[in-house]
Design a protein around this ligand. Structure first.
Ligand SMILES: [Zn+2]
Length: 475
């Protein structure tokens, strides 16, 4: 659970006065020196034993219950809620003003905060309301915002555009307990959707959440990334709704561009997005390219796929396998080569200018191949310098050692070479005016010298280069 910042707690302790809370409950207070005296509402009090010290905003019962403390302790006791819940109530300023009963306060089973969802809503509407609640929560969560900032994603346009949110347990505080009829019904619905777990806890608690929408704005999936990195062993840092992954992140990119950057994680994709590359999407993890992705790529007529998976063993392997699949489906594939062991996000974070460095990485992406199912065709060719290097020619699905070219960028700045030529291969890039100045060093999209012949069959790929012939079966 995200910690509440100390400053926030101190602020709440000062802002709401204990005296006002007591008076709101109908407790009559009489001055006694610098203190105020009244009947304690937390035990059967017959002579005033409640002492409030306005100058310090503290209270204390000198009678049977002996309770006391700050304004937060007051709300905990008065409302029968946890510390965290009391803080939320104070933040909201929704204090009940019930008369003192003199009876022991029961643990509250009815929340003191307005519910985050309409209990009568249908499933999709409920999901949208939950996502909207998380979205509003994120905007007021310094911890979640600073997590995004730490990942180089401090961008309010991005937060609004993708309805990014944060789950911090306050959603659950606003639902009635399951021992209430309304509570049981809504909790069951939310559990079925995957917002709550069977334990009653919020599934995405402690995470920044990223909803995935289909073309009609319906939520098909939610991805959650834990904010803290020091959680106990075995904690899952990446969470999704239950069931198979459905839908495609940033689907509108596919509609708008024939050239798509495909990352293995949403945070990487957002890194590109924030740097002005709007034609980007993400798989659900390194092996998370789904039939939905493929179907959408086809449906929207994507032609070129820039695979920007992590530059590590798993990423290289998955990129090879995916390229082989995509080439078989008729797409043209490129591998974006980040420095060894880096992903897009790390690479951008280390760069002086993420926009420039990512741009150079894209322009230096290695051409892998292009194909059409069950056809023999002449393919685009590699530019000569790359083709003379053994490791530069990367047929799909070969061993991973070959995927590490000798000349690879070791840090992002090495890639950033300003230049004069204007190339615009990414119509969606928001900051083209900056990017256009970069050199299309060995531009990946336009290599035209050495001829490669590829024959792609359902069961194998045959590649001919310089009179040599390679076959890849069972790809
Ligand atoms: Zn008392």
């Amino acid at each position: 659970m995200p910690r509440i910042p100390t400053e926030e707690i101190e602020r709440l302790k000062q802002e709401m006065s204990v005296q006002q809370l007591a008076e709101a409950r109908g407790i009559k207070l009489n001055p006694h020196g610098k203190d105020l005296l009244g009947l304690c509402p937390f035990h059967e009090d017959h002579e005033p034993s409640l002492v409030i010290t306005p100058s310090k905003n503290l209270w204390n019962c000198l009678g049977a219950c002996g309770s006391g403390g700050t304004v937060i302790d007051w709300v905990m006791k008065a409302e029968g809620v946890s510390f965290r819940h009391a803080v939320e109530i104070l933040r909201e300023g929704t204090i009940s003003n019930t008369q003192p009963t003199g009876k022991r306060i029961k643990i509250a089973t009815v929340p003191k905060l307005p519910p985050p969802v309409d209990f009568k809503a249908e499933e999709q509407e409920l999901l949208k309301q939950a996502v909207e609640y998380y979205h509003q929560t994120l905007k007021q969560s310094p911890e979640a915002l600073s997590y995004l900032e730490k990942r180089g994603l401090k961008n309010s346009e991005m937060i609004d555009h993708f309805k990014i949110g944060c789950a911090n347990r306050t959603f659950g505080f606003r639902l009635p307990d399951k021992n209430r009829q309304a509570g049981a019904a809504i909790r069951e619905k939310l559990t079925k959707l995957g917002i709550l777990r069977n334990t009653g806890h919020e599934h995405f608690n402690g995470s920044v959440v990223f909803p995935i929408f289909d073309e009609h704005g319906q939520i098909t999936e939610i991805y959650g990334r834990k904010i803290r990195d020091d959680l106990r062993e075995g904690t899952a840092y990446h969470l999704y709704l239950p069931g198979p992954h459905k839908g495609v992140f940033n689907l509108e990119a596919l509609k708008a561009s024939k050239e798509i950057i495909l990352c293995e994680a949403i945070i990487d994709a957002l890194t590109f997005w924030c740097a002005g590359f709007r034609n980007v999407t993400a798989a659900y993890g390194v092996n998370g390219f789904t039939p939905d992705h493929l179907a959408a790529f086809k449906q929207y007529g994507v032609e070129k796929v820039f695979i920007a998976y992590d530059r590590d063993t798993a990423g290289n392997k998955a990129a090879d396998e995916l390229a082989s699949q995509l080439i078989g489906e008729g797409f043209e594939c490129f591998r974006v080569l980040f420095p060894s062991e880096m992903d897009a996000n790390e690479y951008a974070l280390k760069a002086k200018s993420p926009e420039k460095s990512l741009d150079v990485a894209i322009r230096n992406a290695r051409w892998i191949g292009k194909g059409k199912p069950n056809t023999v065709q002449q393919l685009k060719t590699l530019e000569p310098k790359a083709a003379t290097k053994k490791e530069s020619f990367q047929p799909p699905a070969v061993d991973n050692q070959q995927n590490k070219p000798a000349e690879e960028p070791q840090n992002p700045e090495m890639l950033s070479q300003p230049s004069k030529e204007e190339v615009n291969i990414f119509p969606l890039a928001a900051k083209e005016e900056n990017l256009e100045k970069l050199e299309p060093v060995q531009a990946a999209a336009a290599p035209q010298r050495v001829e490669i012949l590829t024959e792609i069959k359902p069961e194998e790929i045959i590649i001919k280069l310089d009179g040599r012939r390679c076959e890849f079966a069972g790809y």
